[in-house]
Design a protein around this ligand. Sequence first.
Ligand code: G3H
Ligand code: ZN
Length: 284
Amino acid sequence: MPLVTVKELLKAAEDGNYAVGAFNCNNMEIIQAIVQAAEEENSPVIVQASQGAIKYAGLEYITALTKLAAEQTKVPVALHLDHGTSFEQVVKCIRHGFTSVMIDGSAYPLSENIGLTNKVIEVARAIGVSVEAELGKIGGTEDDITVDEKEAAFTDPQEAREFVDATGVDALAVAIGTAHGIYKGEPRLDFERLKKITSLIDIPIVLHGSSGVPDEAIKQAISLGVRKVNIDTNLREAFVKKTRQVLEEKPREIDPRKILGPARDAMKEVIREKIRLFGSSGKA
Ligand code: G3H
Ligand code: ZN
């Protein structure tokens, strides 16, 4: 089926009390792993590309590959820009057929974040593209964006309300203790803060930096209103682990398909597990 918007996927997730997985892609194998896993789980899914992924693979390739994968499956697939930081980048993605964009103005003061988000919303709304914004600063590194541990800042619930009232954004990424990349220790999520946020705002909440967060914590976050869960690092780990394993077992292997095929299958398994954890299995 044609690509759908994140907004409609999250509306259904809200009604059904589950979350939709948003998985980062960089190449054909990852896109195939994401969509095939969703198909096998009969689940909606979000394929997302960061600015770094777009720089690597090319906007046209990412869009064409994801559109094709979506058209060849019966499960709903959305194509989302992850951590877009420039208005120009957002517009380019919309022009190429992304059905959802994130404008990450979290590095700016509140008023500037609101201004930038509203600028994006004005363009996106005109053509039915959904918009995610971020408030608070999520630590760690996601491609070309790094937030130092000392600079990471949890989302203030009152500010979240102000932000949503001032923008009418479709989904909000919040900082409640997760971080991008590999965790040094076990992450501790601030569920009280999350509860407060969801009591004050009425739009879907997005959890970033979800790789490495214990399953129980993910489940609790979903029970408290998280509707989109972002996963990147876990896919990278599965890809690299399997690639290494194949090459250790067959050091003379020179057929890329015999390396990338098993890596794709390994990522697919991780994605299927996540989909089951998020409760979206069978919800397509
Ligand atoms: O925006 C992408 C995510 O927040 C991914 O975070 O790499 O920690 O899974 P992760
Ligand atoms: Zn993120």
